[in-house]
Design a protein around this ligand. Structure first.
Ligand code: AVI
Length: 305
């Protein structure tokens, strides 16, 4: 973890990818079960309902970037039924434990060969494409509204990199959360059980553990803010008092004022038409968009131009 550069920025920040150590990943799994965080269930419903439209018999490989516990891809493959032939399934993640879990969820499915890539999305995608050359087309999946954790310039660069790795006619399935009433968004990111607060504060515990920090976890309040102008939910850790922070492993020492915050995550929320134009700008043609009107979530199926 390189925290020095981020914590000295104003406002102070920590990248959201640092939320996911083993405990952070387990807390995120728990969040997905919370009644106030409907994204995962909503996306799963869409995948099951539209599996036969998503899946084309011409696919010879499916590549999932960030497969989590593998449950979404396995639900999609099961629901695709006879639309699916023999398939290479590539799972890409930096976390060895996530890959092992996803592999276990998928290996009981008939007619699939599973290949794991313990690396970044960008490198893993290129490796997957090289390992599953033509004939046949590939379906790349980027689900869970993970796109929402990129800021807009990073998001556009990432999607263009994905497009460049693919060949014309390959498909891309994107799951993204939609704008909804502020009350629902704040409950999703500041739940009454305090699981999201624990997920956020665990970042400080991780720094204490891995970099010999002295963060007092009770000295920071979890805060979720809806920033309507930027269309994003922000997670912050707000200092409850003036306090001195020492992170010996990063040779970093500073004072935080009462009310000062560390910004730990942005989750962008979209309008369906924005998702379509982002994809088009990145070199894809949108073929279909399915919206869950109950929880406001969108699945978009696009094809590399
Ligand atoms: C992983 N990512 C899409 C989640 C999100 O909704 O931004 C992470 C999360 N943060 C708080 N709750 C869940």
């Amino acid at each position: 973890m390189d925290v020095r550069g981020f914590l000295t920025l104003r406002p102070r920040q920590l990248p959201s990818r640092y939320l996911y150590d083993d405990l952070g990943s387990a807390l995120f799994e728990a969040i997905c079960h919370l009644p106030w965080y409907p994204l995962t269930r909503s996306e799963l419903r869409l995948l099951q309902e539209h599996a036969r439209d998503i899946f084309s018999p011409r696919f010879s490989a499916a590549i999932e970037l960030g497969p989590g516990n593998g449950s979404k891809l396995s639900a999609l493959l099961e629901a695709a039924g006879s639309r699916r032939g023999r398939l290479d399934v590539h799972l890409v993640d930096v976390s060895e434990s996530a890959l092992a879990q996803a592999r276990r969820a998928l290996e009981t499915i008939a007619n699939v060969r599973i290949l794991t890539h313990e690396t970044t999305y960008e490198i893993g995608l290129v490796e997957s494409v090289l390992a599953s050359p033509f004939p046949g087309h590939r379906l790349t999946l980027f689900l869970g509204s993970n796109l929402g954790n990129f800021d807009p310039p990073g998001r556009d660069t990432f999607l263009k990199t994905v497009r460049r790795a693919l060949s014309p006619g390959d498909s891309f399935l994107l799951g993204a959360d939609l704008v909804k009433p502020e009350r629902d968004l704040l409950l999703a990111y500041d739940d009454p059980l305090g699981v999201t607060a624990a997920f956020n504060r665990n970042l400080l515990a991780r720094i204490n553990r891995e970099l010999q920090g002295n963060f007092d976890l009770d000295g920071f309040a979890h805060q979720a803010i809806w920033n309507g102008a930027q269309s994003r939910v922000e997670m912050h850790l707000r200092s409850r008092r003036r306090q001195r922070i020492d992170i010996r492993g990063a040779d970093l020492h500073f004072v935080m004022d009462e009310g000062e915050s560390i910004w730990t995550e942005s989750s962008y929320k979209y309008q369906p038409r924005d998702i379509a134009s982002i994809l088009e700008r990145s070199g894809f043609s949108v073929r279909a968009q399915w919206i869950d009107g109950v929880d406001n979530f969108a699945l978009s199926l696009a094809e590399a131009k």
